[in-house]
Write a protein that binds this ligand. Structure first.
Ligand code: PLP
Length: 406
């Protein structure tokens, strides 16, 4: 009889978004006349930029002609895109990253979820709480998490790094030894970012302790603060201890189009073994390349027009973010984030649980957000609103929130 990967049975049900959906359905069934505004979504709403669409059309036309038709894409990505990434995302920030250290993929979710393939199941993973759930669940699947402890809502072998109001939602360097450290800045869900100086401390820790940092910079384009770090490779020595994940989803609206990349520097080694070579082997074996037309669309993001147009989109969302942040503050809430990230992390009033606040906001203001407890136990008593709605919806939602009392 075949046996399953038992670690999958240790996964906790992902009830967050299904529970939100069922609560919204229940409300709608009782109040079909009421219009609900959704500020819970993590998906973009603006269409792809004209420069991207133009490149997509041109690439589609190439696929229709024998001479320019392309079959399988190179496993690691087309050089035209990898060169654009190297120049715009790394060289421009003084980071010495080469083309063969950049691996094109279909997005940061796959890469952050799959990276565990090249690490031993015996590694100790350090993960923030609250967190983007993929890091935790993929470690459970890989057998690295230990057993689930219902009384704490945590796994026995994970080293949790609480991100709380007290520490400004910035994780503290663990006192126990961590092998794999997941960091995400700007952060989902808290909206926080990190200075180069602070991130350097993590890099120093990793170098001293033989740890690898798995750095998710999917929201890099939202950084406004001059001191915030855009890539971990701005830090000294990061090319010997860090892997960086990037996405075209939030900077250029590719959530449905799918494009991302991961940087694995050649200097990053475990003994004599290069992680770059391992990831190339993994990628080449289990991934068959991102579509040519999508990579051309990605290249267009780096064109002058593409940069201008995608920046306008990010600015549009950031205007929403500041409307939400200011609106919440005016209404008397304690709120964080929204300055270098499209996420606003608000403290629920009067010690309400995240779900109590969700229900109250839905039933009284007809606005949907995301309960913070869904991102981990330390998210309890917090609530996430996102800036990815339309300006009009965001304005109307804030009007309702200003006039609402729990
Ligand atoms: N990383 C973080 C922190 C995210 O919040 C998300 C999506 O919401 C992703 C990665 C996924 O990115 P992609 O669309 O490239 O898979």
């Amino acid at each position: 009889m075949f046996q399953i990967n038992q670690h999958y049975t240790e996964l906790q049900g992902s009830y967050l978004f299904s529970r939100i959906a069922s609560k919204v359905r229940a409300y709608e069934a009782e109040h079909p006349e009421e219009e609900i505004i959704r500020l819970g979504i993590g998906d973009v709403t603006l269409p792809l930029a004209p420069a991207v669409i133009k490149a997509l059309h041109a690439a589609v036309d190439e696929m229709a002609v024998k001479e320019t038709f392309r079959g399988y894409a190179p496993d690691l990505g087309y050089e035209f895109l990898r060169a654009a990434i190297r120049d715009h995302d790394y060289k421009s920030r003084g980071a010495d990253i080469e083309i063969d250290e950049i691996f094109i993929s279909d997005g940061a979710k796959s890469d952050t979820g799959n990276i565990g393939d090249i690490f031993s199941a015996s590694c100790r993973a350090a993960i923030c709480d609250p967190v983007y759930p993929v890091y935790l669940d993929s470690n459970v699947m890989d057998g690295r998490a230990g057993s689930y402890l219902p009384e704490t809502g945590r796994y026995s072998n994970i080293l949790y790094m609480p991100c709380t109001e007290e520490n400004g939602f910035i994780p503290q360097i663990p006192s126990e030894k961590a092998d794999m450290i997941y960091l995400c800045f700007p952060n989902n869900p808290t909206g926080m970012t990190i200075s180069k100086e602070e991130l350097q401390k993590w890099v120093d820790y990793a170098l001293e302790n033989g740890s690898v940092i798995l750095y998710d910079a999917a929201y890099e384009a939202y950084i406004r603060d001059e001191n915030a770090v855009h890539t971990i490779y701005e830090c000294e020595g990061a090319d010997r201890c860090a892997i960086e994940f990037r996405s075209f989803s939030k900077n250029a609206g590719f959530t449905g189009t799918r494009l991302g990349f991961t940087v694995v520097p050649k200097k990053l080694k475990c003994g004599d073994i290069s992680l770059n070579a391992l990831w190339a082997r993994r990628h080449g074996t289990k991934f068959n390349g991102t579509a040519y037309i999508i990579q051309r669309a990605g290249e267009a993001v780096y064109s002058e027009e593409g940069q201008r147009q995608t920046k306008e989109q990010v600015d549009y969302y950031m205007k929403n973010a500041s409307l939400i942040l200011e609106g919440l503050k005016e209404a008397g809430y304690t709120a964080y984030g929204g300055v270098n990230a499209p996420y606003i992390w608000l403290k629920t009033p009067d010690e309400m649980t995240s779900w109590e606040f969700f229900d109250s906001l839905l039933w009284k203001a007809h606005v949907v957000g995301t309960p913070g407890s869904g991102f981990g136990p330390c998210g309890e008593h917090f609530f996430r609103l996102t800036a990815f709605g339309s300006l009009e919806d965001t304005q109307r939602a804030m009007e309702r929130i200003r006039n609402f009392s729990c």
